[in-house]
Design a protein around this ligand. Structure first.
Ligand code: ADP
Ligand code: MG
Length: 456
């Protein structure tokens, strides 16, 4: 015999008392109170829950506690089911009841956040820290650790495949473990836009707003995507303000700094720069080697050091490609049942290495550098020694050495017939300056990203 609703509700009141004791008041208020028991059918009890997000969260975190207490009263219960119901103003007016929201009109919370969309490998533990990313790492870690926002927003930016998403997920994981009651939304800017447009189309913007403005932590990945999308920007701006005003943490990533975002309203750019802006620089050889060593240590096959060094040296564009190369070598080693030596690795990655050669040419580097510093190609290739010119030339040589597979002699030839010691001197000089001079560091970073990016 199914229990009638008043009896269910009576039982629920009692169980809630026990749950408050077990879980604490805050968790109770956030997660348990919004639940309403509807019916018992066989061995399942059905609850209504206001959103899919809550459904997922509660079923992973609190189902067993709820069942345990309920079993003291109804021993044969085995399972909890949820029905997502949103109270709507009209439904309450008409009958005081609730209204099942159709799939079409509902904001799809399942996609928005949360465990399912977080990559389990993207944790702080798995993130290798080096000079290029130490600031971003420290800022991300601090943000995940703090109950009250230290920087709001935290703005992480850097080129493709340098670990922005990895850091965002790491933050979400840490918060999830440390403060499970916190509501986190992690979403790409693209998805944010699609959900928003959808909610407009289905006249459901209120639930969209409620959802995004009710979270403790909002993470928007790849925010550069909203460039030129005016209404989405507007909505994001208001969501952003509402959250920051309420001391909720906002974390944003992008491929550029706030002020460099294209087709983004000034007020939003300036707001995005209010907290901490941390950039992830292109990887150095040391960091690449560190990442490879860390990843290789987790593989079941052994990859010789010289192969790791070779990869770190040759694949400098981004970490994603580095991983791809390592995986290819590892797959091969598994297949042949022994370690891959340097020759074999070189052979295996021929196409990858060639493609970087094919895509970035010395001429392209020179063209970009001229554009960037507004100088003439003739001057770049000349032997003029005016300071600015000489510096730009050194930057171009440095980038040619780092982004192409050409030898020092080849590079010298393309730079007006300089010999290889001059080329080497330029490479070393810029390497030094990158450590000391913020401006040079920035120039090289921007140029490198422009060149790397143009290969995609
Ligand atoms: P982005 O979002 O900046 O384009 P991702 O975060 O997706 O880049 O990183 C690309 C890949 O490189 C991921 O597999 C990520 O785990 C890995 N990766 C990037 N940086 C690091 C790092 N410092 N340590 C370990 N893995 C990294
Ligand atoms: Mg990313």
């Amino acid at each position: 015999m199914p229990a009638s609703r008043p009896i269910l509700e009576e039982q629920w009141v009692e169980i809630c008392r026990l749950l408050i004791e077990e879980l604490g008041e805050e968790t109770y208020l956030s997660w348990i109170q919004p639940l309403k028991p509807i019916d018992i059918q066989g061995a399942s009890i059905l609850f209504s829950v206001p959103s899919l997000f809550m459904k997922n969260w509660i079923s992973t975190h609190y189902s067993s506690a709820i069942l345990k207490h309920w079993n003291a009263v109804v021993p044969h219960l085995k399972k909890i089911d949820f029905s997502i119901q949103v109270e709507s103003a009209t439904a309450i007016k008409e009958g005081g009841g609730e209204q099942q929201v159709s799939d079409l009109g509902n904001v799809e919370e399942k996609d928005l956040c949360e465990v399912s969309s977080l990559d389990s490998r993207f944790t702080f533990d798995n993130f290798v820290v080096g000079k290029p990313n130490e600031l971003a790492y420290a800022a991300a870690y601090r943000t995940a650790e703090s109950d009250i926002p230290s920087f709001n927003p935290l703005f992480l930016y850097g080129g493709v495949g340098l670990g922005k998403t990895h850091l965002m997920h790491s933050i979400a994981w840490l918060i999830k473990n440390r403060a499970p009651h916190k509501r986190i939304i992690y979403v790409s800017a693209e998805k944010f836009m699609h959900q928003f447009i959808r909610s407009v189309r289905y006249k459901n913007t209120d639930s969209f707003k409620d959802l995004f403005r009710s979270v403790d932590v909002l993470m928007i990945d790849d925010v550069q995507f909203i460039g030129g999308k005016d209404t989405t920007q507007e909505e994001f701006f208001h969501t952003f303000n509402a959250l920051v005003d309420n001391n909720r943490q906002v974390i944003v990533s992008a491929d550029k700094s706030p002020s460099d975002l294209e087709k983004v309203e000034e007020r939003l750019k300036s707001r995005l720069g209010w907290g901490l802006v941390a950039d992830i620089h292109p990887t150095t050889y040391e960091l690449r080697l560190g990442i490879l060593q860390a990843k290789a240590a987790k593989l079941s096959v052994r990859i010789p050091d010289e192969v790791l060094e070779f990869l770190a040296l040759k694949i400098s564009s981004n970490v994603r490609e580095l991983e791809g190369a390592l995986n290819r070598v590892a797959a091969h080693a598994t297949l042949i049942g022994r370690a891959v030596d340097l020759d074999a690795a070189q052979n295996l990655l021929k196409d990858l290495l060639r493609s970087s050669e094919r895509h970035i040419t010395i001429e392209e580097v020179q063209r970009r550098v001229c554009e960037y510093y507004s100088i003439k190609m003739l001057d770049l290739l000349s032997s003029k020694r005016i300071k600015n010119l000489a510096r730009s030339r050194q930057v171009a040589i440095y980038l040619s050495k780092n982004l192409t597979t050409k030898s020092l002699a080849d590079i010298g030839k393309k730079f007006g017939g300089r010999d290889h010691t001059t080329v080497l001197h330029a490479v070393r000089k810029i390497q030094e300056l990158i450590e000391e001079d913020k401006e040079i560091e920035n120039d090289v970073g921007v140029l490198r990203r422009a060149l790397d990016g143009s290969r995609m």
